[in-house]
Each structure stands twice: as C-alpha cells, then as structure tokens.
Design a protein around this ligand. Structure first.
Ligand SMILES: [Zn+2]
Length: 481
C-alpha cells in the first residue's frame, strides 16, 4: 500500500532574555556552575511570587508576527500540573487555551517549490531544570545516580507548534532550518541545538494515500541536530509502515531517538492534556496587549530571510538557489555581506562559501560563527589568487590550513613559501626538462593527441609542487611543441 507521511513539529526555543521568565535570575545559564543562578521564585519556594518578564512577551509576539500569526489581545498563564524531579514546584507555568499567538504559517522551499506549513500556536512557558545522570553513559538507564541542576529552571521557553502539514522527513528538516533562520534574524534566541536552546519534538503518523483521517501518531523526542531529525523521522516512518503492513496497530506513545544506535525506543505511553489538570495561574494577572504596542513591534521587525533572499537576488544578481543557501542562516548571510564590503566578485565569494567553507564546516561539524575563518580571511585569500600570488589549487590547501589554525592566508603563504612561480625563466627551465624526459608524450601530442598536453602540464605542476602559474605553463609548453 502507498502511505502518506504526516508530521507535525513542536519546537521549544529558549529566549535570549537577560533574566528568567518570572524572576530576576540570569537566564544565561549555559556552562555556569550548577545551582548558582537560582532564587526562591525559580526554585518554587512556598510564598514566592512570580513576575512576568516583559521582554519575553515582546520576543514571543515578535516571533508570532514574523510567523504570520494572529496576536491575542488577551492571553493568560496556566499551571500545568505534573511531577518531574527537575521541576520542584510540581507544576509548570505555561499557556493553555489562550496562547499569545495563533494560526500562522511559514513558506518552506523544497526542490524549487514553495509549500506553506501552518503554525497552530506560539506560546510562552518556563523551562524546567536539568537532570545530570552519572554513569550509564549519561542516560537514565543504567545510571548510578542523578543530580539536579536548577539553573535552567525558569528560563523563558517559547513553544512553536505546527499543524500536521509536513509530508516528509526532508521537509521537516527544511522547515526547521527556515524557522531557525527566522529566529536568528529576529535575534530572540541563539538557537543552539547542541546546547539545547532549540529543541524539536515531532508527531509522526502515516495513512493510506487519499485517506482524510489521521493515523495514530507517535511523538519522537531527543533530536538535537538537523541530521538527527531527518534520520529519526525516516526511521519512525519505516517502523510504522512495517507495523501496518504486518496488520498491527501503531501505539500512541512517546519515543526516544537514539542517535548512536539509529533507532527510536519507547519512552512512555502518551499523556493527554486532561492528565495535567491545567488551571489559571492565580499569582499572575492576564496579559492584555495594546494594539498600538503590537503594531509598533510589527514595524520594528528586522529584515527576515525571505526578504533578505529577495534582496540578495536583486542586489547581487544571485540565483534563487544561491540566495537561498546564503540566507539559510543569519551567520551565513552576515558573512557573505561582510565579504562584499571589501570584495566585488559575488560569484567567487559565493562559490568559495558553498564549496570549501561548507565542506570544511560539515567535516568538522561546525557552524560558520564557530570556525576560525572570517570574511577577512576569505577576502584576503581571493585577492591572493586574483593578483597571481597563489594558484587556485594552492588556495585550497591554504584554506584548509587557515580553517584549522585561524592564520591569515598571507601569513600561511609566506611561512610555507607557497608563492606562485610566475618567473618565466625559472618555469622555462622546468618545462624544457619535462619535454626532454617525455619524448613519447611529445610525439603523441604532435600526432594530434590534445590530451597529451594535460599530462605535460601535470608533470610541471608536480615538479613545482603545484606552484607554477598554469596559464604560463600552458603558454610555454605550446610555444615549444
Ligand atoms: Zn530565580
């Protein structure tokens, strides 16, 4: 049977506010000593009173506007009751039936086609603390004991829930990339998946093609990279297909993605909203947003990826796919524009970014803003090629070195003596040596085998360790053949 894949995503985003959601503790908790950024409010001590962080509301409304949502003039916080060891209050302050933003969408590009993925809601809640499992490879299974770090408890957490509009694991990845880029441009989160400031869960089901009813879904958790998301969803789709094809029934449950074993495993059966006994948070007043304030935020929105892509196409005459790539993250777009300030060849910059830079970033599993290569490095390298100091081939070796060491290309070229040989006399000596050593090949060329020339050029390059100027080598060889 042919199946249709139905995926909805829930994305949790830690907001980049200075302080936590309901108290004055610092929200910049990554890498800090455990339990050093806490107070009676975020530790849930009896009698402590929460106060709403206005900046977090602003960031969430901005996000809602960027995602084409309706912004609720009236919204409210609820208590979501459940027990979990990293949540001392036994309830989480979250939003329930009156979220801040509803009913938006994102346009996602796949293979040159644009598809609209609906956003059900964007709401605000507080993050929980974190369990650190000791032993058992960091997983709860097999751990000797667990420690609790409450630093993260109370950090503003924005939850974005999509409609079940996503039709493949690839599309899910493209959606998340687009969303991440929008959030980066808004500067509401650092969106670091590995550090947990962007976390994605997925609801996955399949149904026979043409069916209008939704199949039974599972929720997949713990995908902390784009690659993991794609692989986890592909695995889960196949798993469900197998169950249905063998006449079985998919169980509604929460499953954990194991990135090492490449499988999802059952975590628990799914809880339902009524299990949480939501009720309005009595310590917080409802949020009433002023129309004018919302409109002032709408006007102040920065340039977003779609608009930036369009501008890149117009301003730099880039193709649609090149412009898409360069705006796929804020850091890439910023890198490109920084290069353009001191270098004019658009095509060279974009080719090197999409070629060498991307290749090395992928190989090192790094983001562009984590690597040592800056726009200054790349522009200097391109200028060294342009003025003939180094060949394009040598430039690739220099790139690799500067990616690893962060040294400027000029320094690397000087230190390693990589300067291109453009001295005609010096090259002539080598060319003549090569001709003497390869009389057979010379004969072939003279009989009309054009490809023999390539071999001779290669020999000159070998003897000069790639430093010979290729145009000059070609010229000198042809003169003598
Ligand atoms: Zn606190």
């Amino acid at each position: 049977m042919e199946y249709e894949v139905v995926i909805g995503l829930e994305i949790h985003v830690e907001l980049l506010t200075e302080s936590k959601m309901f108290c004055g503790c610092s929200a910049r908790t990554f890498g800090e000593k455990p339990n050093t950024l806490t107070c009676p409010v975020c530790l849930g001590m009896p009698g402590s009173l929460p106060v709403i962080n206005e900046k977090a509301i602003e960031y969430t409304v901005k996000t809602g506007l960027a995602l084409n949502c309706n912004i609720a003039p009236f919204s409210q916080f609820h208590r979501k009751n459940y027990f979990y060891p990293d949540m001392v209050k036994n309830y989480q302050i979250s939003q329930y039936d009156l979220p801040l933003c509803t009913n938006g969408y994102i346009e996602v590009e796949m293979d040159g086609h644009s598809r609209r993925v609906g956003i059900t809601r964007v709401h605000l809640e507080e993050d929980t603390g974190k369990l650190v499992h000791v032993g058992g490879a960091g997983r709860i299974a097999g751990a000797e004991y667990s420690l609790v770090d409450f630093n993260r408890s109370g950090v503003p957490l924005m939850e974005i829930v999509t409609k079940p509009d996503i039709r493949s694991p690839d599309e899910a990845k493209a959606f998340l990339q687009k969303l991440k880029s929008i959030l980066e441009h808004l500067e509401v989160s650092d969106c670091n998946m590995e550090q947990g400031s962007l976390r994605c869960d997925a609801n996955v089901s399949i149904r026979p093609v043409g069916s209008k009813e939704l199949g039974i879904k599972t929720e997949v958790k713990n995908m902390n990279s784009f690659k993991a998301l794609q692989r986890a969803l592909a695995y889960e789709v196949e798993r469900q297909k197998e169950i249905l094809e063998q006449g079985g029934v998919v169980e509604q449950e929460t499953r954990h993605w194991d990135d090492v074993k490449n499988v999802t495993t059952s975590l628990r059966t799914k809880e339902y909203a009524h299990d949480y006994r939501y009720f309005p948070e009595p310590d917080l007043v409802p949020i009433e947003l002023d129309r004018e304030w919302i409109e002032s935020l709408r006007v102040s929105l920065p340039e977003l990826p779609d608009a930036r892509k369009k501008r890149f196409q117009e301003q730099y005459a880039l193709s649609s796919s090149d412009a898409s790539f360069l705006t796929s993250s804020k850091a890439l777009g910023d890198f490109f524009e920084e290069c353009m300030k001191s270098y004019s060849d658009v095509k060279k910059v974009s080719n090197w970014m999409m070629g060498e830079l991307l290749y090395h970033l992928n190989a090192a599993n790094m983001e562009i803003d984590e690597c040592a290569v800056t726009p200054k490095h790349l522009v200097q390298l391109l200028k060294l090629i342009d003025d003939g100091t180094i060949s394009g081939k040598i430039a690739k070796a220099v790139f690799e070195e500067m990616f690893e060491t962060g040294k400027l290309p000029q320094i690397i070229v000087e230190e390693k003596g990589l300067t291109q040989i453009t001295d005609e006399e010096e090259l002539t000596r080598i060319v003549e040596l090569v001709l003497e050593e390869n009389p057979g090949v010379v004969e072939d060329y003279r009989k009309g085998r054009e490809r023999a020339l390539g071999f001779l050029v290669g020999q000159v390059m070998r003897l000069t360790k790639g430093r010979a100027n290729p145009q000059l080598v070609n010229k000198l060889l042809r003169e003598r053949l």
